[in-house]
Design a protein around this ligand. Sequence first.
Ligand SMILES: NC(=O)c1ccc[n+]([C@@H]2O[C@H](COP(=O)([O-])OP(=O)(O)OC[C@H]3O[C@@H](n4cnc5c(N)ncnc54)[C@H](O)[C@@H]3O)[C@@H](O)[C@H]2O)c1
Length: 329
Amino acid sequence: MNIKRAVMVTGGAGFIGSNFIHTYLEENSNDIIVNLDKLTYAGNPENLYHLINNPRHVFVKGDIGDRGTVSQILREHRPWAIINFAAESHVDRSISAPDDFIHTNMVGTFNLLQQVRAYWEKLSSGEQSNFRFLHVSTDEVYGSLEYDDPAFSETTAYSPNSPYSASKAASDHIVRAYHHTYGLPTLTTNCSNNYGPYQFPEKLIPMVIHNALNGRPIPVYGDGANIRDWLYVVDHCKAIIQALQKGIPGEVYNIGGNSEKTNLEVVNTICTILDGIRPLTGNMHYHDLIKFVKDRPGHDRRYAIDASKIRKVIGWMPEETFESGIQKP
Ligand SMILES: NC(=O)c1ccc[n+]([C@@H]2O[C@H](COP(=O)([O-])OP(=O)(O)OC[C@H]3O[C@@H](n4cnc5c(N)ncnc54)[C@H](O)[C@@H]3O)[C@@H](O)[C@H]2O)c1
């Protein structure tokens, strides 16, 4: 008889969390996933539609900051690992309404850690050393690069510029302190921009596709020259799984696609693909819909990730390039 182990995922109805749950369940037939998600505007149960009758996925609607709910899940399911995706994640929203970013990303992560520490301290020593708390973070905590600066490594000093990246940076520091002070076996991953299935349409790539297919203007901030590194979301999920299996507690791993693009290059690539598969009538091209708009305040110029540590130590490499990943259904 197979013994099922439990993994707790937070924010698993969102973009990356739902892709992670699908990927993890396919790769690990012995584990069940308990998914705690508050279902904010960004959480979509439809992302988990395929798991509706799957007994290996248990959904709990709730807040990572609700200590009662978290401790109940820990008592009932006794997870060997927790992967914390839950966050407010959209930079523009953090500029117009930062409160939720502070509540969830900082205070919520702190409350979650308090409950996890209390649970972990009561485990047997064998269970304690096998336990992992993996915190999913972003490259945005490192700030902005000039065009000729070296890419962010795990030792780059934090320099967050938006309320979003500052709240994520704070959560990374709290996680680090729980390892250093209490010995909690934590891992932190800092990843570049993801794209792929189930992404909320306010983010760049789904927004461009959505607007283009509806014949609406495609807004591009400023001059479109801001650079991001792009990674196919399933590659990110596989990196997290491998970090869980092979990562050393207390360590940080940067994850990236080695695929730096300006925003305008990303938009142009999508327009060209759409011209090929769903041509517009007349002499129109999707590029004609591009409209440069007033830049985001404090817009970081460039992010780039040096992912050599996770490649060397854990053996992870992305399977998709931007050109192959962007064509996937
Ligand atoms: N999207 C990216 O390109 C990217 C890149 C690097 C890192 N990240 C990080 O990965 C994580 C997931 O990002 P995403 O793009 O999937 O975000 P998302 O906004 O699509 O999903 C976030 C999920 O968390 C849930 N949630 C929000 N507040 C919660 C709370 N208090 N309690 C429980 N659940 C809550 C939401 O309902 C939603 O399902 C975030 O921590 C983000 O900082 C994202």
